[in-house]
Design a protein around this ligand. Structure first.
Ligand SMILES: [Zn+2]
Length: 309
């Protein structure tokens, strides 16, 4: 059936979960997409000032520039590897921030939205927290933090054109004892209401206001609330492993195996995306088990828009 598909990895900012397919293209960067079952399709293109959309012909009889020949060879290799029958290929080049659209029409219509994102680099300060006297403390090491961030940067920039840089790793001692776990209290799904007895505020006092995002590592988090839990608490809302409050993130020590994914998930919340989905392999899946590296259109658009704020 007539459809646009990603030529490389789905972790290059391609979304096929909506009827309108979507591709992120970095400013001054390129992506290649294929159109399947579209050999006789009429093609319409709009928004070429944002992204040029150029059909790549694999037919060697045509005169081509060196760049066109290179992409033609790449496309021919991909067609062969994937076993696609008569695919058409389109090269997308990002020129300025905005949206272009590629429409293919046969008896049905298929659209590909192309979003051009400039490169964003957001600084993050990490804090390793202990409570007063040091009886309770996070055992998170600096090297773990470095690897978590490296993992996020292995999949986040290619899909959103946003990368994260560690500004500083701080050790902080709170001015009070919080006990066995940091208690997060919520009320009626509203993540922005501070509830009496909420201990997260004693931690968030230590934000580095010089950076857009702060991450605090703590020994344990528990949650108590009225009504349903707010969006933005990862995993089981009664026993969150990580949570985000505005631009502040808490992650507990239990998070080990999928630590980079949990950090990426919470960073996405901190950049304004509060929803979860149930798509296997998605970064914003509610549960860590089917959670993966894939970032979908709405998530990528939201984090990108908020990366300027
Ligand atoms: Zn979440």
């Amino acid at each position: 059936m007539l459809d646009f598909v990603s030529c490389f990895s789905d972790l290059n900012g391609f979304d096929d979960s909506n009827p309108v397919r979507w591709q992120m293209v970095p400013l001054d960067g390129e992506r290649l997409v294929a159109l399947l079952d579209g050999s006789s399709a009429n093609i319409e293109i709009s928004g070429q000032s944002f992204a040029s959309i150029i059909e790549v012909y694999t037919n060697n009889a045509l005169n081509k520039t060196a760049d066109q020949q290179r992409w033609a060879n790449t496309a021919a290799t991909i067609a062969n590897e994937k076993g696609w029958k008569n695919p058409r290929f389109f090269l997308l080049k990002g020129h300025s921030e905005g949206t272009a659209k590629l429409t293919a029409k046969t008896s049905i219509t298929r659209e590909l939205e192309v979003s051009v994102h400039s490169q964003r680099n957001l600084y993050v300060t990490f804090h390793i927290v202990q409570d007063k006297g040091g009886k309770r403390y996070s055992s998170r090491s600096e090297s773990e933090i470095t690897s978590m961030l490296a993992e996020v940067n292995s999949f986040f920039p290619a899909q959103t054109n946003i990368k994260f840089t560690c500004h500083f790793i701080n050790y902080i001692e709170l001015d009070r004892k919080l006990g066995g776990s940091v208690v997060y209290k919520y009320k009626n799904s509203d993540p922005d209401v501070t509830v009496s007895g909420d201990e997260t505020k004693h931690i968030f006092e230590y934000v580095d206001s010089g950076v857009p995002i702060n991450v605090f590592f703590v020994w344990d988090i528990s949650a108590k609330g009225v009504g349903s839990a707010p969006k933005g608490t990862t995993f089981d809302p009664r026993d969150p492993i990580g949570l985000t409050y505005g631009r502040c993130i808490l992650i507990e020590d239990k998070v080990k195996q999928n630590a980079g994914l949990v950090l990426g998930h919470e960073l996405t919340h901190s950049l304004g995306h509060k929803d979860h989905h149930a798509l296997q392999g998605g970064l914003m899946h509610l549960f860590t088990e089917p959670m993966g590296k894939r970032i979908y259109r709405n998530e990528a658009k939201t984090v990108y828009a908020n990366s300027f704020k």
